[in-house]
Ligand binder design. Structure first.
Ligand code: NAD
Length: 355
């Protein structure tokens, strides 16, 4: 592995910890980008990388992303991320999860883990047997904070879209506003249901065409082929499937006033935010608008850590601040002529003491 500080994604990370446990076969990288606001929080990815350096890059990039996301969500949490370098067969054993739990515990709370790609809630329960520094555990009761983050993420995006429509189109109501939704899973589907209640006009697409068609029938919308959703004429395009969908070609073909959705890292490269801005399309920076899930997970963790109870009401109160944060980003963008993605990055850097 090359020295991590020569990696282009190295951004003065406070700690990059390599864990190797021969007995269980665990190899993991735990990166803590910043603990300025609190423990470095972010999920654990279980993935087979062709090269270990690809895993290192993910850990560096994603932990920085978590610093920004947690800061902009107003959470007392820093940013961290772990990757477990899985073998080709993706062998995951209780011993491996236990060794990973011990490694997290060994960091004394500097890093707090949760689920990410390849790690289930049951895996986190196994990790939690060895360390207290775990969030995203199952909760008891409908009113308790935590549990599946999808519906909370959907709620934040719904509120963020309403704010974008107010800001860009000057409309206080979603009635008749046309929203094109890419991806009708947990986040996109939940958000579409909320928008339908407000009378929005919906066009839905998913690579699982049946899923999109079923939801369109339920909500009175229209479904289209997944290949044509990005060019659908609409007021709001809401990407809720994959990252890196916005590049020179796709941006040139957009027929929308607003891009606002939950998918992480929608801009293929950093400069694509400027291209969107120059096309006069309002962008909701993804890590600001999609923070509802992390707000729920963090609220659950902080309550358990501090021995207090926290309900969904508190989570919703925090999610209700997402539109305010977006408004601040857009206002500063309007004033300075700097694209919202860059404004958001600078606000986040300021919040983590790196302005
Ligand atoms: P999901 O798996 O429930 O849904 C994703 C949907 O997108 C699936 O129905 C899938 O078939 C569809 N899809 C995949 N590729 C597509 C394509 N090219 N065109 C159209 N549809 C496509 O996942 P989710 O939890 O709803 O997450 C959606 C996005 O939001 C992801 O990028 C995720 O990283 C991000 N996100 C999710 C959360 C959360 O709380 N679940 C939080 C923050 C960010």
């Amino acid at each position: 592995m090359t020295a991590f500080w020569t990696e282009p994604d190295f951004d003065d990370h406070e700690m990059v910890h390599v864990v190797r446990d021969r007995k269980s076969g665990l190899t993991a990288i735990i990166a803590v980008h910043s603990t300025h606001l609190g423990p470095g929080a972010g999920g654990t990815r279980f993935w087979h990388y062709p090269e270990p350096k690809d895993g290192l890059r993910d850990a560096l990039r994603l932990s920085r992303g978590m610093s920004y996301k947690n800061a902009m969500a107003g959470l007392p949490m820093g940013g961290g991320k772990a990757v477990i370098l899985a073998d080709e067969a993706r062998t995951k054993t209780p011993e491996l999860l236990a060794a990973f739990g011990d490694a997290v515990e060994g960091l004394g709370g500097k890093y707090v883990t949760a689920e990410d790609v390849g790690i289930s809630e049951a895996d986190m329960v196994a990790v939690a047997k060895r360390t207290a520094h775990v969030s995203g555990l199952p909760v008891s009761g409908d009113d308790a904070a935590g549990g599946d983050p999808g519906p909370f993420t959907a709620m934040g995006i719904y509120l963020g879209i309403k704010a974008a429509v107010r800001h860009k189109l000057g409309k206080d109501s979603m009635s008749g506003v046309h929203v094109a939704v890419q991806g009708t899973g947990s986040v996109g589907g939940g958000m579409a249901r909320l928008l339908a209640k407000d009378g929005a006009k919906l066009t839905l697409a998913d690579i699982n065409a049946e899923r999109a068609a079923g939801l369109a029938a339920e909500l009175g919308g229209k479904s289209v082929d997944a290949g044509s959703i990005l060019t659908t004429p609409c007021d709001v395009l809401s990407p809720n499937a994959l990252g890196a969908i916005l590049d020179e070609t796709s941006i040139a073909a957009l027929d929308t006033a607003i891009v606002a959705g939950g998918a992480n890292n929608q801009l293929a490269r950093a400069h694509h935010g400027k291209i969107l801005f120059e096309r006069d399309i309002l962008f909701a920076p993804d890590y600001v608008i999609n923070a509802g899930g992390i707000i729920s997970v963090a609220t659950e963790y902080l309550a358990r850590r501090d021995g207090v109870s926290a309900g969904v009401e508190e989570v919703h109160k925090r999610i209700a601040t997402i539109p305010e944060k977006l408004e601040q980003v857009w206002a500063q963008s309007d004033d300075t002529g700097i694209s919202p993605d860059i404004v958001a990055d600078r606000m986040a850097q300021e919040l983590i003491g790196r302005g």
